[in-house]
Ligand binder design. Sequence first.
Ligand SMILES: *[C@@H]1O[C@H](CO)[C@@H](O)[C@H](O)[C@H]1NC(C)=O
Ligand SMILES: *[C@@H]1O[C@H](CO)[C@@H](O)[C@H](O)[C@H]1NC(C)=O
Length: 380
Amino acid sequence: MGFQFTTMTLNLLLLMAMVATNILSLYHLTTTTLHSPKSPNNPPHVPDQLLHQLHTIRATINHLTRLHPNTPTTHSTKPNIPQDLSLYSHLSPIPSSCHSHPDLLHRYMSYTPFSLCPSDQDIAESLILRGCHPLPRRRCFSKTPQKPLHSLPINNPFPSLSSLQETLILWDRYTCKSFNCLNRQNPSLGFDFEVEASKFDKYKSELDLPVNQLMQIARSAKSVIRLGIDIGGGTGSFAAAMRRFNATVVTTTMNVVAPYNEAVAVRGLVPLHVPLQQRLPVFDGVVDLVRCGRAVNRWIPVTVLEFLLFDVDRVLRGGGYLWLDHFFSKGADLEKVFAPLIGKLGYKKVKWATANKTDAGGVKNGEVFLTALLQKPLSR
Ligand SMILES: *[C@@H]1O[C@H](CO)[C@@H](O)[C@H](O)[C@H]1NC(C)=O
Ligand SMILES: *[C@@H]1O[C@H](CO)[C@@H](O)[C@H](O)[C@H]1NC(C)=O
């Protein structure tokens, strides 16, 4: 009886979430189809794409309804809907992408309230990467690393590894159990902070933009850079380099294969655990600079990238800078797809440099790098 009720409630919530998503899609589609809304009172034409989407949504609801049968099958190991999950659905709407992964969501929310959380960071990470963000909150205690014996480095975002204690980080999820091990595996991951110190200083090719040059460009444009966001910023080396110029940069980073968030924090910098498809958690027009590192590249679906760029535009102040640092794509796509996409922002090209990507993958796929520094118009 209770179970039946919760299933119905969940489905209802799901339906509401879907409808909300739909209204958003409709809005998006109408704004893109009706390019110049001269007569906003005309009823919008409903594109096939939206009808298809509606069909998919109905199919998803049917699928989910089947996933939560009212009569449990014999020997079913599938847990009932965790109590906290149904409670949470009442308290705070869950993003619709969470509903697309009921199995993962069930596992994530199957925990014992008021005790130690399960070791399930991988499930959390998987959900977030699938767009289920923010994750539902839980009432359990997250496991905390052992208290450090030595104090953390103060005002030194480039600490030597020997000065850091590996016990600062919970390593159980990872094959490596130390920063040194990660460095040996792949020195370019960014876990040797001393090596990282010079990363944004050097000009080796026209694809580089050393931080002092960036600051110089801003100064000569009578613009200041005090606040920034580094999207997909790994271990936070850009934020670290910017700190030398008294600029505050927060770093969005995921814990894919390695403890990136903890590494940023160890350096005394702010890690934001948000995926690329997430709306940036800052208000409109408040930052001076957004950098997109190599995490932003041709692997991101073009529509997602378009939303990302427009969200970057949202958070940048007038005259703020967008720095695409080593964006890579296929050579033909850069001309046909990405340059026009970037052009939609209407930014001034302060720097625009391209070069062939010469590693094995780059040569195989005919890829090119783009490094662009773009300035948002002063006012819209
Ligand atoms: C950063 O701020 C400190 C303290 O106000 C100042 O001494 C230093 O010159 C500043 N550095 C830069 C690069 O502006
Ligand atoms: C870049 O690669 C293309 C082929 O993919 C080649 O035709 C072109 O000459 C290369 N450019 C440079 C500067 O090496």
